[in-house]
Design a binder for this molecule. Structure first.
Ligand code: GDP
Ligand code: MG
Length: 294
């Protein structure tokens, strides 16, 4: 008997911080999306592609759903809506802290378009079995046609079940990308994301939301990658904080980023970081496009 080939675009949506990026990385098996405990860590739509003998799944991780406050937010939300038009399957991630029925209106759009929804109740490691069952029952009442799976992306609980359910729900179709493709993003994108992750982790208050990283040059040879990156901040005072006393703070960021980039590239890395002030980069659309928002 001939096995049919299944393929499709699986878009991961949900509120900020529910575990979308953690789940996608588990499903793809690679750390593609940066994950931190701060909301709005994911700013772009990032694809992760998994190919098997008779299937190809093109996952998209998206920024969390939020009300736009800045131009940056508007562009982030555009990438959320673009993820709603081309989906063969939507994975809506909620967690045990969110009330059943959150973002119901968005979810009803998929019903109208006949796009199946797989609802993941994540972080069940934080709740009793009984309370999880209760929450699942409430969601099932609100979305009778959705498939619901409780999970813990962090503890890798029910990841295989989610994967098998995705394969069941996907339509038959051809592969969309060559089989060895892992992502639609170039290496330098991941390098800038690794640097941004270290900035989010090392600074507090408004800094994580005020930084942008641009890779100015990226020169790769057999054994070494030389990278010059610019960290953009909104104000002079932030520049001082990023650099720190005698440059110690920036040195720490640079070292942590370099170690991760070396792992990611499997090569020695020489990383130079510069800090520049770009007043109000969040509202300048042209500059944002230059940074890769689309
Ligand atoms: P996103 O904003 O939806 O992409 O969420 P992230 O994947 O960045 O995760 C947000 C935070 O939740 C991080 O601190 C994760 O480690 C944490 N997290 C993700 N999945 C789980 C889970 O299953 N259980 C618990 N306890 N924490 C989780
Ligand atoms: Mg994320």
């Amino acid at each position: 008997m001939l096995m049919s080939y299944k393929s499709g675009f699986v878009n991961i949506l949900g509120s900020p911080n529910v575990g979308k990026s953690t789940l996608m990385n588990e499903l793809v098996g690679e750390k593609l999306a940066i994950i931190t405990s701060k909301a709005q860590t994911t700013r772009h739509r990032i694809m992760g592609i998994v190919s098997g003998d008779n299937f190809q799944i093109v996952f998209s991780d998206t920024p969390g759903i939020l009300e736009p406050k800045y131009k940056l937010h508007e562009l982030m939300m555009k990438s959320v809506s673009s993820a709603t038009v081309d989906a063969d399957l939507v994975i809506y991630v909620t967690d045990v802290a969110e009330k059943a029925g959150e973002n119901k209106d968005l979810l009803s759009r998929f019903r109208n378009k006949n796009i199946p929804v797989l609802l993941i109740i994540n972080k069940i490691d934080l709740l009793t079995q009984e309370a999880v069952n209760q929450l699942a029952a409430e969601w099932q009442k609100i979305l009778p046609e959705a498939e619901i799976i409780p999970a813990s992306a962090l503890l890798k609980f029910n990841i295989n079940k989610i994967f098998d359910t995705i394969l069941e729900l996907l339509p038959e179709g051809p592969p969309y990308y060559p089989e060895d493709t892992l992502t639609d993003r170039p290496e330098r994108f991941f390098v800038s994301e690794i640097i941004r992750e270290k900035l989010i982790l090392n600074y507090h208050q408004e800094i994580p939301y005020s930084v942008q990283v641009e890779i100015e040059s990226f020169k790769e040879s057999d054994k070494l990658v030389k990278i010059r990156a610019i960290i953009y901040v909104l104000r002079d005072s932030q520049k001082g904080i990023i650099i720190g006393h005698r440059g110690e703070a920036l040195k720490k960021v640079g070292k942590e980023a370099r170690l991760d980039i070396e792992k990611f590239m499997s090569k020695k890395v020489y990383l130079e970081l510069f800090v520049k002030v770009s007043k109000d980069w969040r509202n300048k659309e042209r500059q944002l496009r230059g940074f890769g928002y689309r």
